[in-house]
Write a protein that binds this ligand. Structure first.
Ligand SMILES: *[C@@H]1O[C@H](CO)[C@@H](O)[C@H](O)[C@H]1NC(C)=O
Ligand SMILES: *[C@@H]1O[C@H](CO)[C@@H](O)[C@H](O)[C@H]1NC(C)=O
Ligand SMILES: *[C@@H]1O[C@H](CO)[C@@H](O)[C@H](O)[C@H]1NC(C)=O
Ligand SMILES: *[C@@H]1O[C@H](CO)[C@@H](O)[C@H](O)[C@H]1NC(C)=O
Ligand SMILES: *[C@@H]1O[C@H](CO)[C@@H](O)[C@H](O)[C@H]1NC(C)=O
Length: 395
């Protein structure tokens, strides 16, 4: 208790509610000064009765950067002022993680991790969904994995880091549907000491739901930790040689204006995932050639037209300067099959002065004069004709 009080006295950001009727001390956190940095992209889908570990999303996103020992890390469930660990021994925190053991369906919800030090505070949330342990839950809780037809491939039993750490006795059990796999046949081999399953010569029939399980001991009790994998089997992807279809070799522009040169690459049936596309200036990367950012690469776009894949990265000048006319710009594309470049140069557009434009006012003058002359001529004729009619009627 005295340690708790030292902690409370030392940090002004907290307000303390004196002992409530349950006899526990509750700490309510100063709210407004803490920056909410959003929800983690990943939702944890788990089954009831098993141990669940949530990682504080801030530690996850700044991979490698560990939180300093002075920082205080706390968890709470959304819409609840109650800090975790709250009542009962089912939940505890450890090294930036929140443990729930065993998880119940009512534990589903949004959990908020707060990291606070003397000068700084931020929060991120992560969602947990706990499902009933039945077959009907499989589509929600399964991890998707893909292997290639007629090749050998590995299935991974994912997200077990906290349960496999420092273990030499690790044994992963694998099931196809609910049937245990005989892991010593030619087809399926459990890779010893890991959580991987090797599948030989993958066939279309191998697709479907797999379950993997390890046991985890805590305070003398054994728990099963299971993960479900939905395996998809894909045909081997044919890679094609990419073709740079634009830009043109020279681009005309006027100095001082903004210019965008797209580099568009045809991939055919190849996936964009294995293709890199970038620009260089005098054979150096754009970022290093223009640290000031006057010339930059725009965002990469991936799209399909008529079932053919394309990728595109624009080069953006803001603005074009005279020195760009002497710089050698290249669009570079690289995949497993080829490396190609296309060079482009920026040219100053020729002057907009042209005789056509200069003569336009002059031709207008001629047109008007011509018009007046025609009008006069016509009028003269009609008058002559009228005179003739008058003569005729007068007879
Ligand atoms: C907490 O719950 C409220 C209402 O249910 C919701 O509006 C809010 O976005 C939630 N906060 C987070 C961080 O998910
Ligand atoms: C508090 O944390 C922030 C962000 O992690 C860090 O930049 C800052 O130096 C820390 N301050 C102290 C006093 O540790
Ligand atoms: C794992 O082992 C390392 C070194 O043997 C040790 O420093 C660490 O505390 C152990 N972690 C756990 C969770 O037991
Ligand atoms: C773990 O799974 C095995 C195999 O399905 C089962 O025999 C055992 O009872 C399970 N243990 C617990 C604690 O659920
Ligand atoms: C590229 O090289 C040319 C000629 O050597 C030079 O005039 C130009 O300024 C260089 N451009 C950059 C961005 O370094």
């Amino acid at each position: 208790m005295s340690i708790l009080y030292v902690l409370i006295m030392g940090m002004s950001a907290f307000t303390v509610q004196p002992e409530d009727h349950t006899g526990k001390v509750q700490i309510l956190w100063g709210k407004g000064d803490c920056q909410f940095r959003g929800k983690h992209y990943k939702t944890e889908f788990r089954v009831e009765g098993e141990p669940v570990v949530l990682r504080c999303p801030q530690l996850w996103s700044q991979f490698g950067a560990s939180i300093s020992p002075q920082a205080l890390l706390t968890w709470r469930k959304n819409n609840s002022a109650q800090m975790i660990p709250g009542e009962g021994p089912r939940m505890w925190t450890e090294d930036g993680t929140l443990w729930v053991l065993p998880a119940l369906r009512e534990d589903s919800g949004t959990y908020i991790c707060t990291v606070r030090n003397a000068s700084h505070c931020d929060e991120m949330s992560i969602e947990l969904r706990v499902f009933e342990n039945t077959e009907a839950s499989l589509p929600f809780i399964s991890y998707s994995q893909i292997l290639t037809l007629s090749a050998s491939g590995l299935l991974a039993c994912p997200d077990l880091r906290e349960f496999t750490r420092n273990r030499t006795d690790l044994k992963t059990r694998w099931y196809k549907g609910s049937v245990p796999l005989d892991e010593n046949n030619e087809k399926f081999i459990g890779v010893e000491g890991t959580t991987h399953l090797l599948i030989h010569d993958v066939s279309v029939e191998d697709a479907g739901y797999y379950k993997c399980a390890i046991t985890y001991a805590h305070k003398g009790r054994q728990y099963n930790v299971t993960r479900n994998v939905k395996l998809r089997v894909n045909k081997r992807k044919e890679e094609t040689i990419p073709v740079i279809i634009s830009p043109l070799q020279t681009i005309s522009t006027s100095l001082g204006s903004r210019l965008t040169i797209p580099c568009k690459v045809f991939l055919g049936a190849s996936t964009p995932d294995t293709t890199l596309l970038w620009w260089t200036a005098n054979s150096t990367q754009i970022e290093s050639a223009y640290p000031g950012g006057r010339v930059t690469e725009g965002p990469r776009q991936e799209y399909s037209e008529n079932n053919e894949n394309y990728i595109e990265v624009p080069l953006i000048f803001n603005p074009v300067l005279r020195e760009d006319l002497d710089t050698d710009f290249k669009c570079v594309v690289l995949n497993t099959l080829s490396f190609q470049t296309l060079q482009t140069t920026v040219k100053e557009a020729s002057s907009t002065f042209s005789w056509g434009i200069a003569l336009a006012p002059l031709s207008l003058v001629f047109l008007v004069l011509g018009g007046i002359w025609m009008y006069r001529r016509c009028k003269h004729r009609t008058e002559k004709a009228r005179g003739l009619t008058a003569l005729k009627t007068g007879l």
